[in-house]
Design a binder for this molecule. Structure first.
Ligand code: 4AD
Ligand code: MG
Length: 464
């Protein structure tokens, strides 16, 4: 092999015919090989792009034996001349001069041909990143993560790191995973027979976080504008295409923001992310559009080009009641909306994303600001086509007495540190949480949230 600097497939294809004539060095995995006795064509992919680079092996220069190890899934290193391609489907190809085989892939390689079902690929999640579909999804996932940091950084937000192990339950939904080093077979007990957590690692009951919000509020009431972006864990037994037990959440928290500012930010933020993906992941989105969801691109464009509807919960309930539709779950004022209700409002009634506000306080978390009616809180859920709830947020209760009252009403303990933000220099503030995988789900048009994270965690599944 000559001493030539390696190029990625993406870089070579981007240069196109302008690069013709040069000697290139490429490395990657073989997607397919076809041809005849005179010439063999290999589609090479290195993960840098959805597109393959065609490598041409002339059988006057290579023996059949030399090419034998080049099967689907094998990994190779090639040097050759980049030439304009005569075939349809690519503008350039590499005329191979040198070949090095890094690794063969025996015939039991599971990803032989295209057209595997997503269910099959979920069983092979350790190899599925090598498929076109998951390559596309994972590159889009990366781009969205980058866009999120860029959006907030450009707006003067600080990335604030909240703990993953915590002793507080932000959402109060009782869906926490416990973290312990106590011997489960022989738990230490207190005199009254309860588990003695003073002997546990942290000296108290500790859990994985369900949300970084409460600690995020400590950041926002000091730095002004913060956001978190990290994993969260929920032990709800929800076997749905929209729930994971481990998912990533982005939680901005803003001092001096009221609910309307919060909604403006959420709408701008989510449109920015979608636009970023449309601009920077065009090939991958086009692939998913062609293979899975013919309306994907038009749906993404529609969302970024239209204003979201803003609607109080009470009016939403009225629309659902008047719809004449037979829902599986009943509709009445006070009900926690089911996905079918949310999707009716978005997909059938308004045909636009909807920000639903002012929910009954009973179905929302303790920290939300109480409205003057004494019945509803300043909550906002952003509801999306195909997804349902993609963002949940609120203005926070900044009044010390009201918040303390609510905490006592609900019997929560250990919240003095949180109440201190209201005791000392309290300010109106707001924030929201975006489920990262739900955003990736929307932008990729995938149907199941388990297909937009490399290693999904859900009830009865913890592979790898
Ligand atoms: O509505 P949630 O529970 O809100 C909070 O956790 C607040 N602390 C956010 C805040 O105000 N800072 O969750 C926020 C979002 C949901 O809208 C949804 O997109 C996503 O997180 N989410 C999940 N995503 C995947 N799997 C699950 N089990 C999820 N639960 C919530
Ligand atoms: Mg919610």
């Amino acid at each position: 092999m000559d001493n030539i600097r390696r190029k990625t497939v993406k870089a070579i294809l981007a240069e196109g015919q302008e690069g013709a004539g040069q000697l290139v060095d490429v490395k990657g995995w073989v997607r397919t090989r076809r041809g005849n006795k005179h010439v063999q064509f290999v589609a090479l992919n290195d993960g840098s792009t959805i597109n393959n680079l065609q490598i041409v092996f002339d059988l006057s220069k290579f023996t059949e034996d030399e090419l034998k190890p080049i099967t689907t899934g094998s990994s190779i290193h090639v040097q050759g001349e980049l030439v304009a391609s005569q075939g349809a489907g690519q503008s350039v190809e590499v005329q191979a001069r040198e070949l090095e085989v890094y690794g063969t892939a025996p015939g039991d390689y599971p990803l032989q041909k295209k057209g595997h079902t997503l269910e099959f690929l979920r069983e092979k999640a350790h190899l599925r990143p090598r498929t076109n579909t998951f390559g596309a999804v994972l590159r889009i996932r990366h781009a969205l993560a980058y866009a999120i940091h860029k959006f907030f950084n450009d707006k003067g937000f600080y990335y604030f790191h909240t703990p993953l192990i915590t002793a507080s339950d932000a959402e109060g939904a009782g869906a926490q995973f416990q973290v312990t080093t106590l011997p489960l077979e022989e738990l230490p007990r207190t005199e009254d027979g309860k588990v003695d957590y003073s002997e546990d690692f942290f000296g108290k009951l500790a859990c994985l976080t369900v949300s970084g919000q409460l600690e995020g509020e400590l950041g926002a009431t000091a730095l002004g504008l913060i956001y978190t972006f990290g994993p969260t864990f929920r032990a709800e037994n929800s076997n749905t295409p929209r729930h994971l037990s481990e998912f990533w959440m982005i939680e901005p928290e803003m001092a001096f923001y009221e609910i309307a500012d919060n909604m403006d930010l959420a709408e701008e933020f989510i449109k920015y992310c979608i636009n970023y993906a449309l601009e920077h992941c065009a090939d991958d989105i086009q692939f998913l559009n062609d293979h899975f969801d013919k309306e994907l691109i038009s749906r993404l464009k529609f969302v970024v080009e239209n204003d979201f509807v803003r609607l109080p919960y009470t009016e939403g309930i009225e629309i659902l009641e008047k719809s004449g539709k037979k829902f599986e779950f009943p509709v009445f004022w006070g009900v926690d909306l089911a996905s079918e209700h949310e999707r009716y409002l978005v997909e059938e009634h308004f045909k636009k994303p909807v920000i639903l506000t002012d929910y009954p306080k009973e179905i929302k978390a303790f920290y939300m600001k109480l409205n003057d009616d004494g019945k509803t809180v300043r909550a906002m859920d952003v509801l999306f086509p195909k997804i349902g709830e993609i963002i949940g947020g609120s203005q926070r209760e900044e009044n010390y007495d009201k918040l303390k009252g609510r905490i006592e009403e609900l019997g929560l303990s250990g919240m003095d540190w949180y109440l201190d933000t209201r005791k000392y220099g309290t300010v109106p503030h707001s924030g929201f949480g975006l489920g990262f995988e739900r955003l990736v789900l929307f932008v990729t048009g995938m149907q199941n949230i388990r297909d937009v994270i490399p290693f999904p965690r859900y009830p009865k599944n913890c592979e790898y």
